[in-house]
Design a protein around this ligand. Sequence first.
Ligand code: TMP
Length: 207
Amino acid sequence: MSEAKFITLEGGEGVGKTTNLQFIEHYLASRKIEFIRTREPGGTPAGEAIRNLLLGLEGLGPEAELLLVFAARAQHVDQVIRPALAAGSWVVSDRFTDASYAYQGGGRGLDPAAIGFLENWVQKGLHPDLTLLLDAPVEIGLARAKRRGGPADRFELEVPVFFTKVRQAYLERAECYPERIKVIDAARPLAEVQADIARHLDALRPS
Ligand code: TMP
């Protein structure tokens, strides 16, 4: 049996994470690969409670936001991700630590060294095997997110320049970790986006 893999999906608002997560699930299920789908912030009872605070609580400062994100992540890593991987199940997470570098580092302007400290402390060497970064110009993503409707959360209420910084930080991460983070141009037709995703997933599996 091949070693279980940890895959994360990242990107700004309106880049098509939900649709492409379904595609990844279908890809794995049709190849009889056992997996769990999870998300951040969230993935555990405590993590989901923290998610509600992060998305809804008014007046949360950047440092408090970062610490809450990592509090949720600590639970998620220990209670869900590590046990699943140890049991041979692949893990597909809708966002992980690259989102902290993008949103809290890029968007909020926090020192990446602080994020790096928490990352090392909480993850103890655990990193995704593959990160798919769905990338699209901010205007396109925000227009798509707006069409989706529904009430906006704390992040979705941010100004466009915030999302420009988030996007830049994600792309810088991808430049630093080209082996792990694959940038996918999500402004293209869905079939092309998904062909790219399938190619990266194919490369993860032993031939
Ligand atoms: P989502 O459902 O769009 O993924 O919503 C989660 C929000 O949480 C999204 O706006 C990004 C934000 N977030 C952070 O700010 N930092 C993090 O580390 C993670 C995982 C998410």
